[in-house]
Write a protein that binds this ligand. Sequence first.
Ligand code: HEM
Length: 140
Amino acid sequence: MPAASPYEILGDEGIGQLCRVFYEVMDELPQAAELRALHAADLSEVQRKLAAYLTGWMGGPPVYLAAYGTVCLTDAHKPFLIDERLRDQWLLCMDEALHRTQAGAELKTMLAEPLRAIADAVVNYRGGRQPTGARVIARG
Ligand code: HEM
């Protein structure tokens, strides 16, 4: 019997809960403050969009594709400079959300590599951060 897909394990409700907790974690973890600051004050829309995206990505119906006509994340993230540090903050929030929603070991193992790969694909800046003039002066 083929292994269940993450969608079969979580269902619509589980994916919805995972996304709600993901943005709660992003909102509260000091280590994700930089990532949080890139997002709008109200996280409800991006929460719905992430749930729609993950539904298809996890093997369920392609609801994001049906609504927005693409599953390419490049354009959606183009307005933001996303480096490996932000990627790691995103992955940290997802790890913590999986933990808080009591995801089983099988699901965590199933998702670990693909999540890392998709988060890596969103990185669009690998040049390293330039300190701002203000910071350099402040360091004095
Ligand atoms: C790698 C680090 C990532 C960063 C820094 C990041 C950041 C962001 C930001 C700032 C937004 C806009 C939110 C807003 O308008 O409030 C956004 C939207 C979104 N992100 Fe990410 N993201 C990352 C990775 C991912 C990954 C891995 C996925 C999918 C698995 C994802 C899915 C989405 C979706 C579906 C949206 C909504 C796009 C739309 O407007 O249709 N993001 N992200």
